[in-house]
Design a protein around this ligand. Structure first.
Ligand code: C2E
Ligand code: MG
Ligand code: MG
Ligand code: MG
Length: 288
């Protein structure tokens, strides 16, 4: 009955942990299958230029609808893929599909951003894998941005910098995701070959009520501009947040204020609707 009575006599039996481990194992197999059988999906969230109001980019966010368990959060399945060693496959599946979808949308000025687990930056073949996807999908490299979450960059900085430099040499843009959380270090920011910072949602959420968050957000924007980087604010839900960020020089914003992440069909409709609104009243699109 009690597993801990065997080899691991010294370990206390924790039924919840045991259940989680068994659950993870079977989920891991389901996730591998979903990946191999093209059962994952992508939702796209628009990124808007603060000054022109134009939709300039889309962030590709992986989705997994488990046949029995329903939607599993990306945090959960990305972590599983990292833990079981197939995050490279997952991220390259998303990248390929996102590049294909962007071509299908047929809007030559629109770009797409994909998330890349920083674990992948330990893989020197990553730049070639990205180059292959761009060649296969005939997408101009400038139209792809790779977002990297900053905290995992710290593990092996010089190797990561070399991989990032090769990706950037392809013409692909690089972005630091969730900036300001985790192991933020200004010392390495100046050494990373990146184009954009994404201000983490945690600094945006309480802009209205927290003077400290307003100070931090404004300082991140000013610092990024001095380093010649563009700034995207994520998690913008309120018009007041938009006003503050735009007033402080933020370049782009993303959040529920404009749109939740949408499946490709929904996004096509959303873009068409927005274009129609824009013709009627360019001011209206800021809060549409
Ligand atoms: P992220 O890259 O920082 O993506 C932004 C997250 O914030 C998304 O959550 C998005 O749905 C959510 N969000 C956007 N606007 C708002 C808003 O106004 N309010 C609130 N409350 N939330 C907002 P999601 O889709 O659950 O993704 C979570 C994280 O999972 C992502 O954070 C990213 O780190 C990771 N992820 C998603 N897809 C992939 C992928 O293909 N590969 C890798 N490696 N990671 C991925
Ligand atoms: Mg991201
Ligand atoms: Mg983010
Ligand atoms: Mg995030």
């Amino acid at each position: 009955q009690c597993k801990a009575s065997g080899r691991n006599r010294s370990l206390r039996f924790d039924p919840r942990q045991e259940m989680r481990a068994a659950e993870d194992l079977s989920l891991e197999q389901d996730l591998r299958r979903a990946l191999n059988e093209d059962q994952l999906g992508i939702h796209y969230q628009p990124i808007i230029d603060c000054h022109s109001g134009e939709v300039v980019s889309l962030e590709a966010l992986a989705r997994w609808q488990h046949p029995r368990l329903g939607a599993i959060s990306p945090e959960r399945f990305v972590q599983l893929a990292e833990q079981y060693g197939f995050i490279a496959e997952l991220d390259s599946w998303v990248t390929r599909r996102a590049c294909q979808d962007l071509q299908r949308l047929g809007r030559p000025r629109l770009r797409v951003a994909v998330n890349c687990s920083a674990l992948n930056l330990g893989n020197p073949r990553l730049p070639d894998a990205i180059a292959d996807i761009l060649a296969d999908t005939a997408l101009a490299a400038e139209r792809l941005t790779v977002e990297i979450t900053e905290n995992a960059l710290m593990n092996n900085l010089s190797a990561a910098v070399a991989v990032l430099e090769s990706i950037r040499a392809l013409g692909v843009k690089l972005s630091i995701d969730d900036f300001g959380t985790g192991y933020s270090s200004l010392a390495y920011l100046s050494r990373l070959p990146v184009d954009t910072l994404k201000v983490d949602r945690s600094f945006v959420r309480d802009l209205d009520s927290q003077a400290n968050d307003r100070a931090i957000a404004a300082a991140i924007i000013a610092m990024a501009h001095k380093l010649d980087l563009k700034v995207i604010a994520e998690g913008v839900e309120q018009p007041t947040q938009q006003t503050f960020l735009t007033g402080n020089g933020c370049d782009m914003i993303q959040g529920y204020l404009f749109s939740r992440p949408l499946p490709l069909d929904g996004l096509t409709d959303w873009l068409a609707q927005r274009a129609a609104l824009n013709v009627l009243d360019p001011q209206a699109t800021a809060t549409a």
